[in-house]
Design a protein around this ligand. Structure first.
Ligand SMILES: [Zn+2]
Ligand SMILES: [Zn+2]
Length: 435
C-alpha cells in the first residue's frame, strides 16, 4: 500500500489531527514536522476527492467520500470541530503543558533540559490500534513527537539547550496523572580532603540496629558517630545549592581512628536535587573549612561529570602511612632499619581477622614500596610506609597470626603493634594527570 492508501484507511477510522496523521508517516520525507505531513496528506486527499466527484468515478467516490469529508472537516472547510480520537486533541493544548513546565522550571538554575513523557494507558492503546489497523511501518511513537515538540517550545521560551545525554533537569510530562514533574540532576564536585582529628568516619554510619531510626544502642541518634567527613561538607553545600542531600564518594577510605594528612584524599561529592548549580567553589571551600573548625580541610574543588565518581573509586592509588608502633621487647635501631628494608617487597596477605566477616577470605599480593624509620624512643617508633592500595597496613606490622607474610613482628622476633595510624598521602597515578 502506498502512503495515500494507508492515509485513507486511517481517516476512515475516525477524526484525526494533523499531528497524529502525519506521525504515522514520520519516517518518510525529512525536514517536515508531523503536523505538516498530516496537513499535506489531507490536502491531497481533499483534492483527489474533489477531482473524483467532478469525474464521477463510481468505484472511488464511495471510499473517498467519507474520508475526504473528514479531511475537509479537519481542514476546517466545513467548520467541524471533532476531537482527534488518538490524542484527544493533546497537540492542540501543547501550550498548557509548556506553561505548567515553565512555571516549575522558574525556580531552578539550569543550562540544559530534556523532556520525557509518561503516556496514559488510553493513548498508548489508541496508538497501537492505529498501527495495527493502518498497517503503517513508518510511524513514530506519540511520546517522541510530544517530547520533541514541547522541547522546541520550551527551548524558545527559555533559551536553554536540550541535552539528551546529561540534562541538568528532566521535565517529566505525566499524561496518565495529568501533572508535570521535574527531576534535577545531581551536581558532582571533585576535591581532596584532609582529616585532621581522629574518631570521625568518612561517611555517615547508620546504627546497625535501628538503621537510622534511633534506639538505645545509638543513644537515639540514628548514627554511630555524631559527625563524618561527609557530614562536615553537607551544610555549606546544601545552603548554596538548595539541594536535599550530599553523598561523598571517596578514593578509598581511612580508618576512623586514622588521620588523613599530606595532600589529602581525592573524592567526589554529589549534591542531590540542587536548585542552584552555579556557585563559587572557592567560597564553598572556605565555608566548609571554616565551619569544620579544624576537623577536616578540603581543597581544589571543581565541578566534574558523573563519570568521575567511578574514576575516583576505581583508580589505583599508592597510600603513604605514618605509623606509631610499640614493641613488646626492646629492639635496636639497626635491626629495625634492616627489617624495614626487608619489608619493602611483595606481601602475601590473607584477609585479616578483623574484616574476615565482611570480605572473602583469600590471599592477596600487594607491594610495599618503601618503609623508613622517622624516629625511635623507649619501646616506640614512628615509621613511614608507602604501599600499594589494598594492603592492610596494621597487619603488615602485627602479622595477624601469620596471615600476612612477611611482617614486621616476625622480622624483629617480637610482637609489634600499631598505636596510631595516619594516612599522609594518596597518590593517584591516573587522576594526577588531569589535575
Ligand atoms: Zn491527534
Ligand atoms: Zn540505633
Amino acid at each position: 500500500m502506498n502512503p495515500l492508501e494507508i492515509a485513507i484507511g486511517i481517516l476512515e477510522e475516525g477524526p484525526i489531527c494533523d499531528n497524529c496523521l502525519g506521525r504515522q508517516f514520520a519516517n518518510l520525507s525529512t525536514g517536515m514536522t508531523n503536523k505538516e505531513r498530516g496537513y499535506a496528506l489531507k490536502t491531497v486527499l481533499a483534492m483527489l476527492g474533489h477531482q473524483k466527484f467532478k469525474d464521477g468515478d463510481p468505484s472511488l467516490i464511495q471510499k473517498l467520500e467519507s474520508c475526504t469529508n473528514q479531511a475537509r472537516s479537519i481542514l476546517n472547510v466545513d467548520g467541524s470541530d471533532e476531537k482527534c480520537w488518538i490524542c484527544n486533541d493533546l497537540f492542540k493544548s501543547l501550550d498548557v503543558w509548556v506553561q505548567r513546565a515553565l512555571k516549575l522550571l522558574k525556580k531552578y538554575q539550569y543550562d540544559t533540559f530534556l523532556i520525557g513523557t509518561k503516556v496514559s494507558g488510553l493513548l498508548a492503546e489508541n496508538e497501537e490500534i492505529i498501527w495495527t489497523t493502518s498497517g503503517t511501518i513508518s510511524a513514530e511513537p506519540l511520546k517522541s513527537e510530544l517530547n520533541r515538540e514541547i522541547g522546541k517550545l520550551i527551548q524558545e521560551a527559555t533559551n536553554k539547550e536540550v541535552n539528551f545525554e546529561r540534562p541538568d533537569i528532566l521535565v517529566l510530562l505525566n499524561l496518565a496523572e495529568d501533572k508535570v514533574e521535574l527531576q534535577s540532576s545531581s551536581i558532582f564536585i571533585y576535591g581532596r580532603y584532609k582529616k585532621l582529628i581522629r574518631g570521625i568516619p568518612q561517611t555517615r554510619w547508620s546504627c546497625p540496629l535501628c538503621q537510622g531510626d534511633g534506639c538505645e544502642h545509638c543513644n537515639y541518634k540514628g548514627d554511630m558517630y555524631t559527625t563524618s567527613v561527609e557530614g562536615l561538607m553537607k551544610n555549606p553545600l546544601i545552603e548554596c545549592s538548595g539541594g536535599v542531600d550530599v553523598v561523598l564518594h571517596g578514593a578509598g577510605r581511612e580508618d576512623i581512628d586514622a588521620l588523613m594528612l599530606g595532600t589529602g584524599r581525592p573524592f567526589v561529592v554529589e549534591v542531590k536535587e540542587p536548585i542552584y548549580r552555579h556557585f563559587d567553589l572557592i567560597d564553598i571551600e572556605n565555608s566548609i573549612n571554616r565551619s569544620a573548625k579544624g576537623k577536616i580541610e578540603v581543597r581544589g574543588l571543581r565541578f566534574v561529570e558523573k563519570d568521575m565518581v567511578a574514576e575516583v573509586k576505581i583508580a589505583d592509588a599508592d597510600k603513604v602511612y605514618r605509623l606509631r608502633v610499640i614493641f613488646n621487647d626492646a629492639v635496636s635501631e639497626g635491626k629495625l632499619k634492616a627489617s624495614l628494608d626487608k619489608i619493602c617487597t611483595s606481601i602475601e596477605q590473607r584477609t585479616p581477622h578483623r574484616v574476615a566477616h565482611r570480605r572473602a577470605d583469600k590471599v592477596r599480593t600487594r607491594t610495599v614500596h618503601f618503609a623508613k624509620l622517622i624516629d625511635m624512643n623507649s619501646g616506640e617508633a614512628t615509621v613511614c610506609i608507602r604501599c600499594e592500595s589494598g594492603l592492610y597496613v596494621k597487619e603488615l606490622i602485627s602479622g595477624d597470626e601469620e596471615r600476612t607474610k612477611p611482617n614486621l613482628s616476625e622480622l624483629l622476633g617480637t610482637e609489634v603493634r600499631v598505636k596510631e595510624l595516619d594516612v599522609i598521602g594518596v597518590k593517584h597515578a591516573r587522576l594526577k594527570k588531569k589535575n
